[in-house]
Design a protein around this ligand. Structure first.
Ligand SMILES: Cc1cc2nc3c(=O)[nH]c(=O)nc-3n(C[C@H](O)[C@H](O)[C@H](O)COP(=O)(O)OP(=O)(O)OC[C@H]3O[C@@H](n4cnc5c(N)ncnc54)[C@H](O)[C@@H]3O)c2cc1C
Length: 483
């Protein structure tokens, strides 16, 4: 539904909301006037002030924050087709978001840019009250709308194959099947797996690929009808994949969980506050590690709705205290070994999360060896070791990478990691909905600062050249002037 007429639901329509958003922006004098000097390459090619890889929620919020700060020459590139960015309508398999519906998310402080405004404009306040959680397809609709009303110039089908720092300080992006893009700053908003990939235990690699998938992948669930399915893991994705297999008609579903009990408490959400949002980055290293190690060890529970979506099926079996110790093919099926017995399934889904492994991302091949990781300079206390944490990039206050060996790759100071692996350095500002606006603002302000500093000669010359008088010289009668 759209339009400006009320239809009895109290919904003014999206056109009215968009008019209000324009008014809000005008009252705030936003976007700020453009101020970054235009750059061209020595060969005359145009140079983007900032290029962003990824037009999911993080990329959109980052682009919108930069535009509001008057940084206007942006290239925002996503390899996905329009409307298919991120997990929401691709590999996400939950019915609704986990997050509460009222979060302001990527709205950047603008009430008329919130999901609630978007929803109420179309369906009215009563429907808002009646809404439980946000259906994931609707969240994608919201992101599509956000992109349009904030004028984020997304290029779809734009696949960045290689990030190549140049001698002259620019960064070249080699594109698959398209001309190279040049930029001064690069933001990696490339998602949960953007600095690595899916984590799958080595034992899976020995199994024929027709027997297994990672939860991140496209899975033909219809083909699992009547089959025995195993799911490894106990997080949200494990439950969502298990539920989808059950709803597709699998004959039996086995969930293999290492722990003796499902985690029940969502620790970090519990202490969520503006203190955590703004304060985490200021913690001493050992405290960052301590917070994050504790929260990771406690694990995030699967949402209750997702768990009930699985448990209501009588042929769903939860095997607790059952880490998978081996898998092997036998008689056209997979035998899954656990300390509590062996189980035969026809297909196995590893819902085992993601890893940070820059060297595994082809587009990062040239920079990966130079990026300083936490393990390069921080040794955790005994008992607090963590591969996930130690492989996190050690980021500067503006999310830029830092060099492992000073001077080896200065371009890293112009490449910003705005995705989940930034968490240990910055807190949860780079992926999840709750603090994405705070993250986008921190990023935009950091980039604005560094561009201004870099262009100081131009700005100083502008200062010298500026000669529009405020006083016209006729304010005092001449006889009262003394030199
Ligand atoms: C299944 C699932 C459910 C989630 N549910 C919630 C929730 O309820 N609440 C919450 O707060 N968080 C949730 N999250 C976490 C988080 O909000 C999402 O992961 C969100 O999508 C993060 O946004 P993003 O922009 O960082 O990454 P993405 O949305 O993944 O976007 C990254 C984009 O980068 C593009 N890309 C990557 N590499 C390249 C390249 N080389 N060239 C061009 N394009 C590239 C990809 O195509 C992709 O579109 C969920 C995550 C998942 C996986």
């Amino acid at each position: 539904m759209d339009g400006t007429l009320m239809d009895g639901s109290g919904a003014p329509g999206l056109a009215a909301l968009e008019a209000r958003l324009r008014q809000d922006l005008e009252w705030l004098e936003l976007p700020a006037k453009p101020w970054v000097p235009e750059t061209t390459a020595p060969d005359g090619r145009p140079v983007a002030d900032v290029a962003i890889i990824g037009a999911g929620m993080a990329g959109l919020a980052a682009a919108a924050a930069l535009r509001l700060d008057g940084v206007e020459r942006l290239r925002v590139m996503d390899r996905a087709a329009q409307g298919q960015e991120g997990p929401w309508v691709t590999y996400a398999r939950m019915e609704t978001l986990r997050s509460p519906k009222g979060l302001a998310g990527p709205a950047l402080g603008l009430p008329s840019l919130t999901f609630r405004a978007f929803f109420e404009a179309q369906h009215g306040p009563a429907a808002w009250e009646a809404l439980g959680k946000i259906p994931r397809g609707l969240w994608m609709d919201y992101l599509n709308w956000y992109r349009r009303v904030m004028g984020v110039p997304v290029e779809n089908g734009a696949d960045v194959a290689l990030v190549r720092p140049r001698e002259d300080g620019l960064i070249a992006l080699e594109m698959r099947g398209a001309p190279e893009v040049l930029c001064r700053r690069l933001v990696l908003a490339s998602g949960r797996d953007g600095l690595g990939g899916e984590f799958v235990p080595e034992m899976a690699r020995g199994l024929d690929r027709r027997f297994w998938a990672h939860s991140r992948e496209e899975i033909d669930f219809a083909a699992l009808c009547g089959k025995r399915v195993g799911v490894v893991g106990a997080g949200a994705s494990a439950m969502d994949n298990a539920a989808t297999a059950l709803e597709a008609g699998c004959s039996g579903l086995h969930m293999f969980v290492r722990r003796r009990a499902l985690p029940r408490v969502n620790k970090f959400t519990g202490i969520g506050s503006q203190g955590v949002v703004h304060g985490f980055a200021g913690l001493p290293d050992e405290w960052k590690w301590r917070f994050q190690h504790y929260a990771n060890s406690a694990q995030t529970p699967p949402p209750r709705d997702s768990t009930l979506r699985v448990s209501r099926h009588p042929h769903a079996h939860l095997h607790l205290g059952s880490p998978v110790t081996a898998v092997r093919e036998e008689g056209g099926a997979v035998v899954v070994t656990t300390p509590r017995g062996a189980f035969t399934v026809d297909f196995l889904i590893w819902a085992t999360g993601f890893k940070v492994a820059l060297e595994e991302r082809p587009e990062l091949a040239l920079i990966a060896p130079h990026v300083r990781l936490w393990r390069d300079r921080f040794a955790p206390e005994p008992g607090q070791e963590s591969e996930e944490l130690s492989s996190s990039p050690d980021l500067a206050p503006d999310f830029s990478f830092q060099e492992r060996v000073p001077g080896a790759c200065p371009a890293l100071a112009r490449i910003h990691a705005f995705n989940y692996p930034a968490t240990l350095s910055h807190g949860k500002l780079t992926g999840d909905i709750p603090a994405i606006s705070a993250g986008a603002r921190r990023l935009a302000q950091g980039i604005a600062r560094s561009l201004f500093v870099e262009d100081r000669e131009t700005h100083f010359a502008r200062l010298q050249a500026y000669d529009t008088p405020e006083l016209l010289g006729d304010e005092w009668p001449e006889r009262e002037l003394t030199a």
